[in-house]
Design a protein around this ligand. Structure first.
Ligand code: MN3
Length: 203
């Protein structure tokens, strides 16, 4: 198998009460696993692609053979997105941003509160399934959304953080109240990891 499901870096219940254990189990063990399984199935048809990182696959969708391009876009994107998602959260996370990302957020959005408000409002409006993202584009932070499992890498933007607004990410606990989930999610953010990603984005 070319790609593997990464272990969750904490217990399933570690993000309670913001994200419940049952959601984490299903989300990691079933949803993320399915993206990995389907990506591997596609790569079996073009084994030469198996040496690429999942990020490189998603970055270069145009060069993926047409017969598997949609699967790589959806399942490769799903794999990349969720791998990041588990890492940018942690137990006892949240609070004010730290490090360089804190300064950049102030520069580009005015304050952390203004940034959160923009991110939550923008992401709440993503119609149907998708993601909200913080990307670094042209020397500035920007909030964008993508549908389905599309990753900003496919548009040449490195995602610094992202939140999953597929219903599977929140429906068990929050039902139809996506804004409540978005508001609570900030209590899980791992700012050390976000700072690492910001450093990579600047390169
Ligand atoms: Mn998901």
């Amino acid at each position: 198998m070319a790609y593997e499901l990464p272990a969750l870096p904490y217990e399933y219940a570690a993000l309670e009460p913001y994200i419940d254990e049952a959601t984490m189990k299903l989300h990691h063990d079933k949803h993320h696993q399915t993206y990995v399984t389907n990506l591997n199935g596609a790569i079996e048809k073009h084994p030469e692609l198996g040496s690429k990182t999942p990020e490189d696959l998603v970055k270069g969708l145009d060069s993926i053979p047409e017969d598997i391009r949609a699967i790589v876009r959806n399942s490769g994107g799903g794999h990349v997105n969720h791998t990041m998602f588990w890492q940018i959260m942690k137990p006892n996370g949240g609070g004010e941003p730290t490090g360089n990302i804190a300064d950049q957020i102030k520069t580009d959005f005015g304050s952390f509160e203004d940034f959160k408000k923009l991110f939550n409002e923008t992401t709440a409006k993503q119609f149907g399934s998708g993601w909200g993202w913080l990307v670094f584009d042209g020397g500035k932070l920007k909030v964008v959304t993508t549908p389905n499992q599309d990753n900003p890498l496919s548009q040449g933007h490195y995602p610094i953080l992202g939140n999953d607004v597929w219903e599977h990410a929140y429906y068990l606990k929050y039902q139809n109240k996506r804004p409540d989930y978005l508001a609570a999610w900030w209590n899980t953010v791992n700012w050390d990891e976000v700072n690492k990603r910001f450093e990579t984005a600047q390169k």
